[in-house]
Design a protein around this ligand. Structure first.
Ligand code: NDP
Ligand code: MG
Length: 384
């Protein structure tokens, strides 16, 4: 049995990860965590016979304690205690936002393998995270579908001389606003932005997909995971979301990874690696799919991708500032305190105002994250 600690278990990825645990053999859940949805969390704990959970919202933790005789951890060290106490073989980090960084750090510091959905950890933590994994020997297994695809494609070229893989391509669905001009994006609503054409996901990543910030975060994630130069990573819009990623080789071959959009596939790959398991998913019938189409990103309508690439190339704390400003702006948009186009304006303004520094330690990142959040929040407040 592979013992799994699942963090962010009440979210979109978390619920699908539990589905994978129930529908495939050899996995056992030993710890669960959520932010505030304690009732859903306790139900999951009951079904999976888990006796210890972490809840980050103090009121929700109190409510859970009153309703349950298992152990409820809360407070700044809760996730660290949950992970070290459960001593899992694998942690699946499906927390949303830079709140997931601490759990990534604890997991890798303990030398525990990490199935990482929380891309913000890699965007914010960058080399510190990958160096930590290298130092302890913990494996980083991507859950993000494009990176899972790349992990598989790159593994297929193992044994070839370095440099055989020349380029990586990430596909983007284009989100609900693909094809719209900047002008047409001025008055789009939260409901329209949340209505993703191919994937069903949590609120934050759905908005990131609509602005294309998600693809920007993913380029940084790919750079960190695979050590590929930014100049060798391409993004192409592919509305059907059937091709997830592609690698291009020196001999002119390009290898692509295909499948219907279903996050259980990359989740199962990460949880069961290196085994391939039998998963009940819709088979890919290319004649039924018909056409696969590809187009370039409209950088004028979707400036967030360019902002993310620039921050990635700048390095240091720039991706951390970008991510924090994005989290503040997306929360404001969901709260109807800023418009869709103002998300990019808040991020760009914050990147211009907050000093970008070299990263010496995780404390640098925590300070930079805080400074960027304060700056972005005051920019949102000034919009009204
Ligand atoms: P959701 O918003 O659906 O779920 C987030 C989870 O994290 C919930 O369990 C939530 O608890 C918990 N959480 C929220 N805030 C905190 C916090 N401050 N501290 C601790 N836990 C917290 O997100 P998704 O499942 O969509 O996404 C999770 C991660 O996976 C993100 O990084 C996203 O980018 C990535 N990802 C998601 C994909 C998808 O298809 N959804 C695809 C690829 C990557 P509660 O329910 O109590 O609020
Ligand atoms: Mg993705």
């Amino acid at each position: 049995m592979r013992r799994i600690a699942l963090l962010g278990s009440t979210g979109s990825i978390g619920v699908q990860a539990l589905d994978v645990v129930r529908s495939t053999a050899g996995l056992e859940v030993v710890a669960l965590s959520a932010h505030s949805r304690w009732e859903e969390l306790l139900e999951q704990a009951r079904v999976h016979k888990v006796s210890r959970v972490a809840i980050s919202d103090p009121q929700a933790a109190d409510a859970a304690r009153a309703a349950w005789d298992g152990e409820v951890l809360c407070g700044p060290e809760a996730l660290a205690h949950l992970i070290t106490g459960a001593a899992p073989d694998l942690v699946c980090n499906a927390i949303v936002g830079s709140a997931g960084l601490a759990a990534t750090v604890v997991t890798l510091s303990e030398g525990i393998d990490l199935a990482l959905a929380n891309k913000e950890s890699l965007v914010v933590g960058g080399e510190l995270v990958t160096e930590l994994a290298a130092a302890t020997g913990a494996r980083l297994l991507p859950v993000d579908s494009e990176h899972s695809a790349l992990h598989q494609l790159i593994a297929s070229e193992k044994g070839q001389p370095p440099g055989t893989i020349e380029r990586l391509t990430l596909t983007a669905s284009g989100g609900p606003f693909r094809g719209r001009s900047r002008e047409e994006l001025r008055a789009v609503t939260v409901e329209q932005a949340l209505d993703h054409p191919t994937w069903r996901m949590g609120g934050k990543i759905s908005i990131d997909s609509a602005t294309l910030m998600n693809k920007g975060l993913e380029v940084i994630e790919a750079h960190q995971l695979f050590g590929t130069a930014y100049s060798a990573i391409d993004v192409v819009v592919h509305p059907q979301s059937i091709v997830h990623a592609m690698i291009s080789l020196t001999d002119g071959s390009s290898l692509a990874h295909l499948g219907h959009p279903d996050m259980r596939v990359p989740i199962a790959y990460a949880l069961q690696w290196p085994e391939r398991v039998d998963l009940d998913v819709r088979p890919l019938d290319l004649t039924a799919v018909g056409a696969l189409t590809f187009e370039a990103v409209d950088e004028n309508a979707f400036p967030c991708l360019g902002l993310a690439l620039a921050a990635g190339k700048e390095g240091g704390t720039a991706p951390c500032v970008l991510n924090a400003a994005n989290e503040v702006a997306v929360a404001a948009f969901l709260d109807r305190r800023c418009s869709f186009l103002e998300i990019a304006e808040v991020i760009e303004g914050t990147l211009g105002a907050v000093a970008i520094e070299q990263i010496y330690s995780f404390e640098t990142l925590i300070e930079s994250d805080r400074a960027a959040r304060d700056e972005a929040a005051s920019r949102v407040a000034a919009l009204a």
